[in-house]
Design a protein around this ligand. Structure first.
Ligand code: FES
Length: 121
């Protein structure tokens, strides 16, 4: 049986949607102020005609809670972790990185929190 080809997205956006219960000492990416960011990303991608070339994925903790809200943008050959997200930062990332192909370097997670990949033995 011949299967039809399914086009791959150009980018995957993994948005951390982890929310800690009130009183937890560790911060999490979703709280009362940041709870709308995932929907904002989705709406903006839709309005700009980017759903399809971009696949938005809701994830749990990405291990960078102190710099949250975070999202990981995965392209064909690279990946970028954006930190301390706001609506304004997301708008710029979508325009400059997703549409324009140029990562917004000043919003990337600081180097000390985003080291080399761990070696699998
Ligand atoms: S809660 Fe988002 S990275 Fe940990």
């Amino acid at each position: 049986m011949q299967m039809p080809q399914i086009p791959q997205p150009t980018y995957y956006i993994f948005k951390c949607e982890q929310s800690s219960p009130p009183g937890m000492p560790k911060p999490s990416c979703v709280n009362a102020e940041t709870g709308g960011l995932f929907n904002h990303i989705g709406m903006t991608l839709m309005q700009k005609g980017l759903m399809g070339p971009v696949q938005l994925i809701r994830t749990s903790c990405l291990g960078r809670c102190q710099q949250g809200p975070v999202m990981l943008v995965v392209g064909q050959n690279d990946r970028f972790m954006y930190a301390n997200l706001t609506v304004e930062k997301i708008n710029r990332i979508i325009d400059e990185h997703i549409k324009g192909g140029m990562p917004v370097t000043e919003y990337l997670i600081p180097e000390q929190f985003w080291g080399e990949p761990q070696v699998i033995n």
